[in-house]
Design a protein around this ligand. Structure first.
Ligand code: OGA
Ligand code: NI
Length: 378
């Protein structure tokens, strides 16, 4: 849980400090480039010590639970293998809301190129990068420090470049040369993978295999290229504070630095870096589709809380692709519990929402440790 931490001095004006930092348009990377040894007060979080939350009664260090890895090799050919994979995906979504996939079909060379592209963007000359700095999400490409910079109780130690890549991909010429073409190629591949995953997820729910694709879950893709600079005081801040995603599904590529953690049964578990794997997690919009199921089995496909810790080492680079509609007209689509899954004994838990209404609420709230879905609870 993130709480607002005010420094001692009574004349600290947080709003002025926020504005002054935002006006530098140089992001967190600008602070690190300037060689700061202490983090500015706007970045101070109060959070439990990262090490202590790991050791939970009942789990010794050697038997900490591990996020499952699902191998997609041959899944479209062998029916027995396919059934096993669907079982694994189903189990992972209920227990964790997270899993990693290997043999996902996206070439390692493209994964590496994507990471280099995002790193390259964030390491452009500051003067060049400033030209992209904006909080106006009607722009093709936005680069800034925290989408919820002015809303959240404490700023996260992270800069992000983002862009809507589907259903209407931008012309690579409108994107920075250092990463534009790769963003288009990579997003195309992520869309293909996502469509395959939504088939497996539909089957896991006992629905028609094309169900989730047919209702538009794989229609839109929003790209986020995150950059978490090395931090001089990593215990005092966060890379991303605890949140669940505003997507149906998120496909995440992370480098080898580590720091991503998922909350499970009240403890935080590392999502171990595996540079040939992709991390898949269930977002709030998808959880809403089948939350009614929890009343039958007392569990559900979870959009789990997760976070990224800061480290002395860095930068850490990650690419999060949110499967979700962002722009009109697609973002007017309304989602709520799947009618095939709702019954008198299993009534819906959350109300229906248009994607744009959900996202608007999510963005206005910022990452404050409380799930945006709560606002939609019936
Ligand atoms: C996100 C997210 C994790 C990461 O973008 O929502 O949780 O490792 N990212 O960057
Ligand atoms: Ni997330």
């Amino acid at each position: 849980m993130v709480t607002k931490t005010e420094p001692e001095s009574s004349d600290f004006d947080r709003d002025t400090a926020l504005k002054a930092f935002d006006d530098t348009k140089a992001g967190v990377k600008g602070l690190v480039d300037a060689g700061i040894a202490k983090i500015p007060p706007i970045f101070l979080h109060s959070r439990p010590n990262a090490a202590s939350v790991q050791s939970t009664p009942g789990h010794t260090e050697s038997e900490l639970p591990v996020i499952p890895t699902v191998d997609l090799q041959g899944v479209d050919g062998d029916p027995n293998l396919r059934r096993r994979v669907i079982w694994q995906v189903n189990d992972a979504c209920r227990r964790w809301g997270f899993f990693q996939v290997i043999n996902h079909g996206i070439p390692t060379t493209l994964l590496n190129k994507m990471m280099e592209g995002v790193k390259g963007f964030h390491e452009l000359e500051t003067e060049v990068k400033k030209g992209f700095y904006t909080r106006d999400y009607s722009k093709t490409l936005t680069y800034n420090c925290n989408f919820d910079f002015y809303q959240s109780p404490a700023v996260n130690w992270r800069d992000t470049v983002s862009c809507v890549m589907a259903p209407r991909p931008p012309n690579p010429k409108e994107l920075p040369q250092v990463c534009g073409e790769t963003m288009v190629d990579y997003s195309t591949q992520v869309m293909l993978l996502a469509r395959r995953l939504f088939v497996l997820l539909s089957e896991a729910l006992g629905l028609n295999p094309s169900y989730l694709n047919d209702i538009g879950c794989s229609e839109g893709l929003m790209f986020f290229g995150h950059y978490y600079p090395a931090c001089p005081e990593p215990d005092l801040t966060m890379g991303i504070s605890s949140h669940s995603d505003s997507s149906f599904l998120t496909v995440l590529l992370q480098d080898q630095i580590g720091g991503l953690q998922v909350q499970c049964d009240n403890h935080w578990v590392d999502v171990e870096p595996n540079t040939s794997a992709l991390v898949i997690n269930v977002g709030d919009l998808l959880q809403n589709l089948w939350t009614c199921v929890q009343l039958i089995s007392n569990d559900e496909f979870k959009s789990s809380q997760h976070r990224v810790l800061t480290k002395f080492i860095g930068p850490r680079v990650s690419v999060a692709c949110f499967l979700r509609q962002q722009l009109p007209p697609e973002n007017s689509r309304v989602y709520g519990p799947v009618k095939e899954l709702v019954s008198e004994e299993n009534p819906p838990v959350f109300r229906k929402t248009a994607v744009k209404e959900f996202v608007k609420y999510y963005y206005a709230k910022g990452l404050n440790g409380i799930s945006a879905l709560e606002h939609f609870r019936l």
